[in-house]
Design a protein. Structure first.
Length: 282
């Protein structure tokens, strides 16, 4: 009976794996199909080539912007959002976790309310505010989008990191203080190494949000020199299906997904622990 259950479990697992992998294989087939069709006749199309990849590297958009420029803008946005979200979110979460001050509970409740809002609900307010604070020039750049992204990513970062820091015993920090360490040394040498799984999860989500960001970039940026890969991918869609270069669209989709996979596999050993611990505390 046990062996039968094992076989059934393996069959179910293989079935789920096939369902998950089929869309990926379909996109790869589209990218290799030289006919530029949305529905390849087989997963290995006749005359398969890497011509679509060559086209997106040579001229990804009709605008005078190169692929390295698009890659640089996406990397700046993703790395900047991830780094600043981790830096600001971790320090704020430490304060909410370890100190008691007026407005602490109201602040945490406010973070939950912000997380409940859809991102598009704040686009108009952020557009007006950034025009006033940064000016139209900085708003119409990757830096303006980055500021807006960080503002939206901080509530999750603070809430997630607070839940993780709550699980770290205060006795460790108190022992370090007794041994002569300062508060800053305790934070850097005791708390941060123990909070590494939570930091990895926060960094990954910040990177993913910045790398795949489209809504704010499409609304804020009109200068092609600040376009990102996600904006370019959306711009490939034609008004009708017949006007869309499907092979190039699929090739660009694959290229856009690769950095996220690299970051995910680099941090995967920390992700499960960070998600489970940070999600059950608070």
């Amino acid at each position: 009976m046990t062996r039968r259950r094992q076989i059934i479990s393996q069959v179910i697992a293989l079935f789920i794996l096939a369902i998950v992998l089929f869309p990926v294989l379909w996109i790869i087939s589209m990218a290799l199909d030289p006919r530029d069709v949305a529905r390849p006749s087989s997963l290995i199309p006749a005359g398969a080539s890497f011509q679509a990849f060559q086209k997106i590297f040579e001229k990804p958009t009709p605008n005078p912007v190169t692929f390295p420029t698009l890659l640089r803008n996406s990397a700046l946005l993703a790395v900047g959002v991830s780094a600043l979200t981790v830096l600001i979110g971790t320090t704020a979460a430490y304060a909410f976790s370890r100190f008691r001050f007026r407005g602490r509970e109201a602040g945490m409740l406010g973070f939950i309310l912000v997380l409940m809002l859809p991102s598009v609900a704040t686009v108009a307010a952020l557009f007006v505010m950034l025009n006033i604070v940064l000016g139209p020039q900085l708003r119409n750049s990757i830096f303006g989008v980055g500021v807006a992204m960080i503002a939206g990513a901080l509530p999750f970062a603070i809430w997630n990191m607070k839940g993780f820091i709550d699980t770290i015993p205060k006795d460790l920090e108190e022992a370090a203080l007794i041994d002569g360490a300062s508060l800053n040394q305790t934070f850097v040498r005791i708390m941060l190494p123990l909070a590494l799984p939570g930091l990895a999860v926060t960094a990954l989500f910040g990177f993913m949000a910045g790398w795949t960001e489209f809504v704010l970039s499409w609304q804020f940026i009109s200068d092609p020199q600040w376009f990102t890969l996600s904006m370019t991918l959306y711009g490939m869609q034609g008004q009708y299906a017949s006007n869309t270069p499907w092979s190039q669209f699929a090739a660009m989709s694959i290229v856009v997904s690769i950095p996220i996979l690299i970051v995910f596999f680099a941090l995967q050993k920390y992700i499960v622990g960070g998600l489970t611990v940070g999600g059950v505390k608070g």
